[in-house]
Design a protein around this ligand. Sequence first.
Ligand code: GUN
Length: 283
Amino acid sequence: MIIDGKKIAESFRAKIAAEVEELNKIYERPPLLAVLMVGHDSASEVYVQRKREACAEVGIETRQYSFPLSIKQVDLLHVIDLLNQDESVDGILVQLPLPCHINVNNVLECIVPQKDVDGLHPYNLGRLAQRHPSFRPCTPQGVMALLESIDYHCQGVHAVVVGCSNIVGQPMALELLSAGATVTVCHSHTRKIQSYIEMADLIVSAVGKPGLIKGAWIKKGAVVIDVGITRLPSGKLVGDVEFLPAAKRAGWITPVPGGVGPMTVAMLLENVLLAAKCRSVCS
Ligand code: GUN
């Protein structure tokens, strides 16, 4: 069966829109997200546009800051510092990737944890590791919401996460561990990935390599969550998993597009709403 991320994200957005409206009745301004972009990476531009449209749909305001590729790290950190102190800003998102002359860890660490709606600050990742999360990284949070939507219980299952990026793979493993799964993380140095996939009750692949996971490797009835997204020269968007053969064996599977992508955006909205609620409580 297909997990329809687009539809599930829609129901999240409706719920968030209603909550934003309630919040606006109490406080005199809507939640505000600052989005920072460096350079003109075409995929990043599309993602930022989607995030801003989704914000507008639920009544969250956005302010975009676009910088040339040549911006110095010190200048970017200075802008983040101003946004940290700006009481009209609830959330700060720096779209990744950043050019290599900028240290991504320094940038993420500069955002105050209370405005880190991407959940990528070491404080927020540490809270997740302690099983006491505050802001959770959006994509893994979205995957957990998809699993909840099919009433999937992770306790005792063998979950295999493919890819160990700081944004998706690592926090995904932490989320699944917290939920009681036995977690294996495969990465670029893993030998015989096939042997792990064949044992998995749940597979979350976040690499960005079309056809990496063969359909024939999927255990009958397994749940397959495909976070990978690659645009082929033909213009078609595909995931890491060979969709049709995998779908024949899987119990549940997410499509690309229309699976995890819309959920990442929905969880960002959730996090901005959470930040706005905390601001309201704190001020
Ligand atoms: N680039 C790709 N995914 C993400 C994400 O979840 N957050 C940010 N900030 N940048 C990204």
